[in-house]
Design a protein around this ligand. Structure first.
Ligand code: FAD
Length: 474
């Protein structure tokens, strides 16, 4: 059954059938620019954006396949050896892919779930299947850039290789060609380009050209058990993976929470956030779709809409900008000179408490609010956004160096947050600990000029005890 929003999304998609793909979203990574003559099909190598509809990379791949009158294929690489991979993360991925594979099937696209790493296996797959072009999506993270580079080197020279930024509204490399200082410096650049890029998505439609041989059948019931995963971080029950669950969460946001987003989003006791970050992170939901629907929304205070666009577009795209143009996006060395200097100046300051990574992981600190936030992350896989700042800043205060603090914060964030391993996470930790995208504040111990937060400040903002009671074990 379709809810009103799903109905609205479906209607918006149907209305947008004629919308053309804007070629500025794509860039060539190869010399070859034309689909190879006599090829069997076009391939979309799905990586960061694990959905079928509202996906600019797949929309582009389909337009190429239609023009060349060939079949359309989608592939995803699942590595068997996954360091630090948890059941929480991979059950979300695999279940989302299963839904995407079904949608592909219904649209006449072939879905291939492939073992190994794309860098090694994709060029061979392209040759074996006689494919004539490869389109992929975009992530600024190190592992992804490296895989894209390996694929680029391995592909035959007559097969064009294109990349489409299907995650950002404005393609990362179009928004800016350099590392931006702050939200202030990127906001105007992005806003100016929104009329061009914040458009409806054309539908990925039933594909008229069939492949000449069938794809290998995937037994989805066996995929997860075939992976070596850490079972100590399990699934969460509030967040169902997949594109339709992502749309349903968006629907409930617009219906129930959007009206409170501007006034209450910094209150961890209220239900005012969209809760969309897991689906956006895995690409099950396009942030652009979320923004389009929020802007159409009927209920809601007027000021909540721009507040949401600020987070979902400006802040999120700023995080991609940072990771793309700063190779040290997850290291103290990646911070600005002023921040590195001030942290260095205060590196020897004695702290009030010192905890090990293990104590922090087990929420064994003297601070009940911090422990409660840590429990929220462990149990629910999503810590409230306001508390993430407090949480990371206290790690700086309670460990022996900014380097150690950053590495613990990133370790815990990537291990427990459903939206972890994301540019937003690296930038969030860098903002909290190393002042990235922030300014200098009044100098104090340990933090130097990096912005400070404390417990008393939290008690002035929201009912801290209520939050502690909710999450700390009795
Ligand atoms: P909403 O407020 O409803 O926001 C909607 C969307 O906007 C989010 O889904 C997200 O995509 C984007 N967004 C919101 N806030 C930010 C922000 N500050 N920076 C960039 N994008 C933002 N976000 C992650 O997606 N993954 C992480 O691993 C992550 N780790 C963080 C770690 C720290 C230390 C800090 C300070 C922030 C981190 N954030 C992370 C950013 C932010 O806290 C989360 O995106 C937000 O809490 C997700 O919840 P929501 O979708 O309900 O947020």
């Amino acid at each position: 059954e379709e809810g009103w929003l799903e109905g609205e999304v479906a209607a918006a998609r149907r209305e947008a059938r004629g919308v053309k793909f804007n070629k500025r979203r794509a860039r060539f990574l190869s010399e070859a620019q034309k689909v190879k003559q006599g090829a069997e099909g076009v391939l979309y190598w799905m990586s960061r954006d694990q959905r079928v509809q509202d996906n600019w990379a797949l929309i582009y791949a389909q337009s190429l396949a239609l023009e060349a009158e060939v079949s359309l294929h989608v592939c995803f690489f699942l590595e068997q050896q996954l360091p630090d991979a948890t059941v929480r993360e991979y059950s979300f991925i695999v279940k989302g892919l299963e839904e995407a594979a079904k949608e592909c099937d219904a649209l006449g696209l072939q879905f291939h779930l492939l073992p190994g790493s794309a860098g090694e296996a994709l060029p061979r797959f392209v040759e074996d299947w006689g494919l004539g072009a490869v389109v992929t999506d975009f992530s600024p993270l190190r592992v992804s850039l490296q895989q894209v580079e390996e694929v680029q080197k391995g592909l035959p020279s007559d097969v064009p290789f294109m990349q489409v930024d299907a995650h950002n509204v404005v393609p990362c490399w179009v928004a800016s060609d350099k590392q931006e200082y702050s939200a202030r410096t990127i906001r105007g650049k992005i806003t100016k380009l929104l009329p061009e890029f914040l458009t409806q998505f054309p539908l990925v439609d039933k594909h008229p050209h069939c492949a000449s041989k069938p794809a290998e059948v995937v037994d989805w019931s066996q995929v997860l058990s075939g992976l070596k995963l850490d079972h100590s971080v399990g699934e969460v029950d509030w967040a169902q993976p997949g594109a339709s669950a992502g749309i349903a969460m968006l629907e409930s946001f617009i219906d129930e929470r959007l009206k409170d987003y501007a006034p209450l989003r910094n209150n961890p006791n209220s239900e005012a956030l969209s809760q969309l970050s897991p689906w956006v992170h895995f690409g099950h939901l396009s942030a652009q779709r979320a923004v389009l629907q929020v802007q159409r929304g009927r209920s809601g205070r007027a000021e909540s809409i721009p507040a949401f666009v600020e987070e979902a577009v400006v802040r999120r795209e700023l995080a991609d900008n940072f990771c793309y143009y700063n190779k040290k996006y997850d290291q103290v060395e990646g911070a600005s000179d002023w921040a590195r200097k001030t942290l260095q100046d205060h590196a020897k300051d004695p702290g009030p408490y010192t905890y090990t990574r293990e104590q922090l992981e087990k929420a064994q600190t003297h601070d009940k609010l911090w422990n409660a936030a840590q429990y929220q992350m462990i149990v629910e896989g999503k810590m409230h956004g306001f508390l993430r700042m407090y949480w990371a800043k206290k790690i700086l205060e309670w460990t022996s160096s900014p380097e150690e603090a950053l590495s613990i914060a990133i370790y815990l964030n990537d291990r427990y947050e459903l939206d972890g391993r994301d540019p937003n996470g690296y930038v969030g930790c860098m903002w909290s600990i190393c002042g990235v995208h922030d300014q200098g504040w009044q100098e104090r111990a340990i933090f130097g000029k990096v912005r400070y937060m404390n417990y008393a400040g939290c008690t002035r903002k929201f009912n801290v005890q209520e939050f502690e009671r909710r999450y700390c074990p009795k």
